[in-house]
Write a protein that binds this ligand. Structure first.
Ligand SMILES: Cc1cc2nc3c(=O)[nH]c(=O)nc-3n(C[C@H](O)[C@H](O)[C@H](O)COP(=O)(O)OP(=O)(O)OC[C@H]3O[C@@H](n4cnc5c(N)ncnc54)[C@H](O)[C@@H]3O)c2cc1C
Length: 334
């Protein structure tokens, strides 16, 4: 989980303040503080034409001025932008027949794991947890220590931490197929035909993850959406990091892999490419056709239309979004 040049104080499962302290210390040790502008929101990111080799990016920024009690808005233009806005912010709840009517009829009965803070609020409550990935697993087991048994857990398939049978105090259910708000004070139907009524459920906790969100991305100006929600991936991306269509744009933090280490390798790859020190060019634009794209060799020569060493990014400043900031890093290639 750690960066390659600094270990965690301890682990592998430290409390949340340890990673926080680790990041703050790491930032200071690398003397990045002067490059950071915090508490500033990127409201709009638009490509602007330029006379230079590649287009530039205009950021519309907003910062709250406490003294005057107003939002200050301004624009800045950057040669290149790395988006690192995090992808665990907008909760995702899969659509189920009757869910909207159920939520309307029983406000507060359905919640998302994003808002889970402590199991203690579920003491003696009847709880149904949906999902058995990291959050679902943790929350089910924590809630089971205080809630009325059994805590129900709806699972789509066997999770990586699940055994062959549920632990004591937990009962497994298949996926929910329908909510029936009118029946028995709210009935929940499952794929195996079984159901739970309000006698069984006070709260449904959805642990069904998040959806990436790029509200600042100006699709009208930039040509297309950044994220393909139908296929659940970055649109026209390369290795979840680069965009052949936008050579001076990158995303860090998208793949669900080893958190800090994979981000570090993404950052190194971006810095190298933009500093003109990448040994491997980007493949041709996705829009230039599958044949050409497939012809591109992973570790070989430049494909047609690719970015060449010493090219556009050699003078690039990198707009690096960290903890709500946007600042300029120069000569960051390693
Ligand atoms: C419940 C939970 C538990 C987790 N547990 C673990 C774990 O045990 N181990 C692990 O490795 N990972 C864990 N993760 C995942 C880990 O938190 C993420 O992988 C990591 O935080 C991603 O880092 P990031 O810098 O990409 O994004 P974030 O940490 O989300 O940071 C994004 C930053 O961008 C800012 N930002 C967003 N939009 C804008 C904007 N428009 N303008 C300016 N700034 C903006 C945000 O304010 C934020 O500061 C967990 C995640 C969750 C939700």
């Amino acid at each position: 989980m750690c960066f390659s040049d600094a270990r965690f104080a301890y682990g592998p499962f430290p409390p949340h303040w340890v990673p926080r302290q680790y990041l703050e210390t790491y930032f200071a040790q690398h003397r990045l503080d002067p490059l950071l502008i915090a508490n500033t929101t990127v409201e709009d990111l638009s490509r602007v034409p330029s006379d230079e080799a590649s287009d530039k990016w205009k950021l519309t920024l907003r910062k709250y001025d406490k003294l005057r009690g107003v939002d200050v808005w301004w624009e800045e233009v950057f040669d290149a932008v790395a988006i690192a806005n995090g992808h665990y912010s907008v909760p995702y709840i899969p659509p189920v027949k009757g869910l909207e009517a159920y939520v309307e009829k029983y406000p507060g009965r359905v919640v998302h794991s994003k808002y889970f803070r402590s199991a203690s609020v579920y003491r003696s409550k009847k709880v149904l947890v949906v999902g058995n990935s990291a959050s679902g697993y943790d929350i089910t087991n924590e809630v089971a220590t205080v809630a009325r048994a059994p805590v129900y857990q709806s699972r789509r398939h066997q999770g990586r931490w699940d055994g062959d049978a549920p632990p004591a105090g937990i009962a497994w259910k298949p996926v929910i197929t329908e909510y029936r708000p009118e029946k028995n004070n709210g009935q929940i139907l499952f794929a195996d035909g079984s159901c739970l009524d309000d006698d069984d459920v006070d709260t449904v906790i959805y642990c069904t993850g998040y959806r990436p969100s790029f509200p600042f991305w100006n699709a009208a100006t930039n040509g297309h959406e950044l994220y393909d929600y139908d296929n659940n991936k970055l649109a026209g991306n390369y290795w979840h990091t680069f965009f052949p269509d936008y050579p001076n744009l990158a995303v860090v933090g998208m793949p669900r892999t080893l958190t800090f280490r994979s981000f570090e390798y993404q950052a190194v790859a971006i810095a190298r490419l933009w500093a003109g020190r990448a040994s491997t060019p980007l493949p041709p634009s996705a829009s230039s056709g599958g044949g050409r794209r497939n012809a591109w060799k992973r570790c070989g020569g430049a494909g047609p239309g690719s970015m060449t060493s010493g090219g556009r990014a050699s003078t690039a400043a990198t707009c690096w979004s960290t903890s709500g900031s946007c600042s300029t890093l120069r000569g960051s290639g390693r």
